[in-house]
Design a protein around this ligand. Structure first.
Ligand code: HEC
Ligand code: HEC
Length: 345
């Protein structure tokens, strides 16, 4: 047990008292944060959408962002771990891209501080889109006349097609992937009939059991932190239970992989509860198939509590009430690529 874990545990012991009194049950934010150096424009969003859907952005021409984050559905692939180029498997579960724009950091270990920084990761990840270098990525995009024209219109300047600009366009599109208010939000606005009585019991229990010490704020992933900050907690916090071995919960060292600081071992970004009803399987390794079981695991590993069946049902009813409406998205038309193949023949 290292020092920071003890400190965190102490915080958890005392924090609920404060949090219980003052925790505002926040609603879905009405505005997406937009970085000053990447303003949204309709043309940039449209370009980002094309890049998001374009399998030519992968080495084999088979994998796009949408392969693993399907926005015609829930923004994920519902697989334990994702499958990239050559059928290779990664070692983490793909979170949904819906509402990722509200996260203060991206990835389970928070290693990207913005959507722009995040978007560069999968393109060059050998088991995701497998592009060998920035030069190869930009050359691929430059080889397509339609993209040359669009980047010129959107970014201008002597060299419009850069890795940064590709990431900026994709991030701009992702900032439009927002779900509309859920039954829970309508309940908060005063429509008491928006939640079933089970969901209302679950809402109270989420607070009294201590879940909201970590899952607080408008996205239920911690306080609304400034962009780039991240809200991390140790998972599992208590390892002395059957779930840890069963679901292999200690293999991944979490944020330690990024910082190599002992204090960051098993620290993960607190996940959002929004739309969690439909983003199974759960946890960073996608090891838990159902939301019922994910709730039991959380109660045991994070709060050292064994919930009754009825309590689990109530909490799940509450989590289900956090599913919002998904926007209708029109498929983009990708630029023409006459007489060419992504395999460079
Ligand atoms: C082969 C599957 C795969 C592809 C392709 C892929 N992703 Fe991901 N994505 C993942 C996985 C797995 C993670 C989690 C990885 C981690 O945390 O280490 C992730 C994480 C993310 C996150 C962070 C979400 C969060 O809640 O932390 C965003 C945003 C995202 N991807 C967007 C994209 C974009 C944009 C593209 C295309 C440029 C893309 N992804 C391509 C599998 C994929
Ligand atoms: C000490 C902080 C903490 C507490 C308390 C806590 N959680 Fe979590 N929760 C986390 C972290 C961190 C994760 C991400 C775990 C991972 O890396 O797989 C998470 C993940 C989850 C997930 C899975 C999300 C996904 O997309 O895979 C659910 C569901 C969840 N928590 C529900 C609950 C419930 C219900 C409670 C109360 C019984 C609770 N949590 C208490 C920190 C906490």
């Amino acid at each position: 047990m290292n020092g920071i874990s003890w400190a965190r545990k102490l915080v958890l012991v005392f924090f609920p008292v404060v949090a219980g009194a003052s925790m505002a049950w926040a609603q879905m934010p009405s505005h997406v944060p937009i970085p000053k150096d990447n303003p949204q424009t309709p043309a940039k969003i449209e370009l980002g959408k094309q890049l998001y859907f374009d399998p030519w952005a992968s080495s084999t021409g088979t994998v796009s962002c949408n392969s693993c984050h399907n926005i015609m559905a829930n923004g994920t692939d519902n697989r334990p771990v994702s499958m990239g180029v050559h059928g290779d498997l990664g070692d983490r579960n793909a979170p949904t891209v819906f509402n990722a724009a509200f996260r203060s950091v991206q990835f389970w270990d928070g290693r990207a501080r913005s959507l722009e920084e995040q978007a560069k990761g999968p393109l060059m990840n050998p088991v995701e889109m497998g592009m060998p270098s920035e030069v190869v990525i930009t050359a691929r995009i430059k080889s397509i006349p339609g993209y040359r024209k669009e980047f010129d219109e959107v970014f201008g300047g002597p060299d419009p097609i850069t890795f940064d600009h590709i990431a900026q366009a994709i991030a701009s599109f992702e900032r439009t992937l927002i779900t509309s208010p859920s039954p829970y939000d309508r309940y908060r606005r005063g429509d008491k009939s928006a939640l079933t009585s089970a969901a209302q019991r679950g809402l109270k229990l989420a607070q009294s059991a201590g879940c909201t010490t970590c899952h607080s704020g408008p996205m239920f992933n911690g306080p609304a932190e400034p962009m780039g900050t991240g809200f991390y907690m140790q998972f599992p916090l208590n390892s002395d239970n059957e779930y840890v071995k069963k679901y292999n919960l200690t293999a991944d060292l979490g944020r330690f992989e990024v910082t190599h600081q002992d204090a960051d071992k098993h620290m993960f970004v607190v996940q959002s509860w929004r739309n969690v009803e439909i983003t199974a399987p759960y946890f960073h390794n996608g090891s838990v198939k159902s939301l019922d079981e994910a709730v039991r695991v959380m109660a045991k590993t994070q709060l050292n509590q064994t919930l009754t069946g009825a309590q689990v049902q109530d909490l799940v009813a509450f989590l289900d009430s956090l599913t919002g409406g998904f926007p209708h998205i029109t498929m983009p038309r990708l630029p023409e690529t006459p007489n060419t193949t992504p395999l460079g023949q």
